[in-house]
Design a protein around this ligand. Sequence first.
Ligand SMILES: Cc1cc2nc3c(=O)[nH]c(=O)nc-3n(C[C@H](O)[C@H](O)[C@H](O)COP(=O)(O)OP(=O)(O)OC[C@H]3O[C@@H](n4cnc5c(N)ncnc54)[C@H](O)[C@@H]3O)c2cc1C
Length: 292
Amino acid sequence: MSKNISLAKYTTFKIGGPAKYFLIAKTKKELTKAIKTAKENKLPFFILGGGSNVLVSDKGFNGLVIKIQSSKSKLFQIKPKAQNPKIWIESGAKLGNLIKSLVENNLTGLEWVAGIPGTIGGAIRGNAGVPEKSMKDIVKNVEVLDADTLKQKIFTNKDCKFKYRDSIFKRNKNLIILSAEIELKKNDSKKSKQIIKEILKDRAEKIPKGYSAGSIFKNPENISAGELIEICGFKGFAIGGAQVSFQHANFIINFTGNAKAEDVINLINLIKNVVKDKTGIKLEEEIQCIGF
Ligand SMILES: Cc1cc2nc3c(=O)[nH]c(=O)nc-3n(C[C@H](O)[C@H](O)[C@H](O)COP(=O)(O)OP(=O)(O)OC[C@H]3O[C@@H](n4cnc5c(N)ncnc54)[C@H](O)[C@@H]3O)c2cc1C
């Protein structure tokens, strides 16, 4: 366990103060052990995946941050020879590495996550997705550690209570995702590679470049958050080092490289107030704010 580790480098925003204690868990065993240690020492803990959907406060986190990071060679286990193989994936598997390995194994069904940063654990917790698909469409079962009781349990897809960018794991932070089972199909890897190439090309044109945490707000019903923010004139508007993207108004970019979490929070609050006043719509954050 390390002490006083800056979290900025572990987030895609490149923002955030130090974690009092910091530990990298490479397997679900290590993750379970780390949570037990936190509980025994009455330390508040926080699970960090790829850090691509979080804003860490400038003060940091006064407890133990457990970063989950599965090693590339141990991303998943396949039940051999099955026609529709069921695969258990450790929660710290990076989505990018995962789809690469799946394609190498001639497995199809997860190509659509191409370009989404982060881990499978973080993606399941937030039911990450694209307009056509989300994690709820592919997850069969999830292996969970209840940090309250320190017992493990299997949650079926139904138990996960997936909704738009929401799940039971988002509502109960004691439910830690250890691994997940997804069902895929056998396929020619050439087809998968082509699909991934096209998705990445499309995303390269649409997704803003620079340090961000993806979409800041959830889309309200029938209208995108980006459209609302644009209507309110925020494109390009900045506070300190944080700026509303010119390309996609639901992205805030740390455009100086040294924006403060406070700049981002002030911008978020201003956007929420102005959008509410002008349109009557209440925006809700998609990102997770830590240590505020
Ligand atoms: C450039 C960019 C593009 C993006 N595009 C998309 C997109 O197209 N679609 C989309 O849905 N999202 C998108 N995102 C957001 C982000 O990539 C996803 O939400 C991703 O799934 C977050 O995973 P993570 O591992 O980085 O989670 P983190 O940011 O590390 O954590 C997010 C939350 O999940 C919790 N968590 C993480 N792992 C676990 C676990 N094992 N058990 C319990 N809780 C856990 C954390 O405690 C935290 O509260 C984008 C982000 C960026 C920066």
